[in-house]
Structures are given as structure tokens and as C-alpha cells.
Write a protein that binds this ligand. Structure first.
Ligand code: SF4
Ligand code: SF4
Length: 57
């Protein structure tokens, strides 16, 4: 199970980054990116993303 942010849909609001409990999301060139090795799969980012940019694969 992996969580991924679709760059084309991310508006760079930073909500996911600010609410990730293990701080595994960083911002790169105005888009957020998940470090899959640190992600614990809690689902908080998906629940809070305003543009449905995060997918579970
Ligand atoms: S919450 Fe969604 S739109 Fe906002 S930075 Fe994260 S992935 Fe991008
Ligand atoms: S699923 Fe949880 S741990 Fe993984 S990136 Fe989203 S908020 Fe962070």
C-alpha cells in the first residue's frame, strides 16, 4: 500500500504536509511529495486534500 500525490492535481496548499503525523511530506517546486519509505499509511492526507490529488496505489 502506497500513497502518492498526483502533481497535476496538487495545488500546493500544504494541508497534507502540515497534518502528516510522521512529517513524511515535503514541498518541491510548489507541489507536495510523499516519502513512501516513511509513510505509515494513516490516510490523513487523503482525507484532507481539497483537490483529491492523493491516491492510494
Ligand atoms: S493537500 Fe492536496 S492539494 Fe494540498 S498540497 Fe497536499 S496534495 Fe497538494
Ligand atoms: S498516509 Fe499518513 S503518513 Fe502517509 S503521507 Fe499521508 S498523512 Fe503522512
Amino acid at each position: 500500500m502506497a500513497f502518492k500525490i498526483k502533481p497535476d492535481d496538487c495545488v500546493g496548499c500544504g494541508v497534507c504536509k502540515d497534518n502528516c503525523p510522521v512529517e513524511c511530506i515535503k514541498e518541491v517546486d510548489g507541489k507536495c511529495v510523499i516519502n513512501a519509505e516513511e509513510c505509515v499509511g494513516c490516510g490523513t492526507c487523503i482525507a484532507n486534500c481539497p483537490s483529491d490529488a492523493i491516491v492510494q496505489e
